[in-house]
Structure formats: C-alpha cells, structure tokens
Design a protein around this ligand. Structure first.
Ligand SMILES: [Cu+2]
Length: 94
C-alpha cells in the first residue's frame, strides 16, 4: 500500500515503471471502477492510496512525474526490490 500526497502547487501524473497498481481512493473517496494502472494524476493538495502489485523481479524501479520537465527538476525516485524470489513465492502462495 502506497500513500502519496501532492503538497506542491501543481498536479502531477505519477508514473511507476515495471509494475501496475490499483488506485483505491482519492481524498478519502473510493475510486471505482478498480483498474490496473501505471500512471495516476494526483491533483494539487490531494492524497491517493495505491495498492502496488510488486512481484519477483528484484532490482531498482523508477517512479517519476510523467511531465518530463518535472522529472528533470527532481520529481523522480526509485523503489529497490531486493528480496529473493523465493520470498515472493512464499508470500503469494498464502
Ligand atoms: Cu509533474
């Protein structure tokens, strides 16, 4: 579960490489229908909750604002997945 709050003065489309997520709610209200996405627009002063479906592909995965000028200005980060594949198999079998 990933909670993202946009505290800037602009809207930003958050884009995650390599994995999909469900947008569960925005500003406390449910988002329906549930859809697998790799990008979600986060308006100014809003919070969204995302359920990310990470799997057994360890490595460094980038997320960034899809407005590339914003990414160039620093709206960019990385998720590091370093659990061995067996750990993921054990988690998903239950
Ligand atoms: Cu942006």
């Amino acid at each position: 579960m990933w909670t993202v709050t946009n505290t800037t003065a602009w809207s930003h489309p958050l884009h995650l490489h390599g994995f999909f997520f469900l947008v569960l709610d925005e500003a406390g209200a449910p988002v329906r229908p549930l859809e697998w996405k790799d990008t979600v627009d986060i308006p100014h002063d809003r919070t969204v909750r995302l359920a990310v479906r990470f799997d057994d592909r360890p490595g460094t995965w980038i997320f960034h604002c899809h407005i590339l000028d914003h990414a160039d200005d620093g709206l960019l980060g990385a998720v590091h997945l370093d659990l061995p594949a067996e750990t993921f198999r054990n988690l998903t079998e239950h």
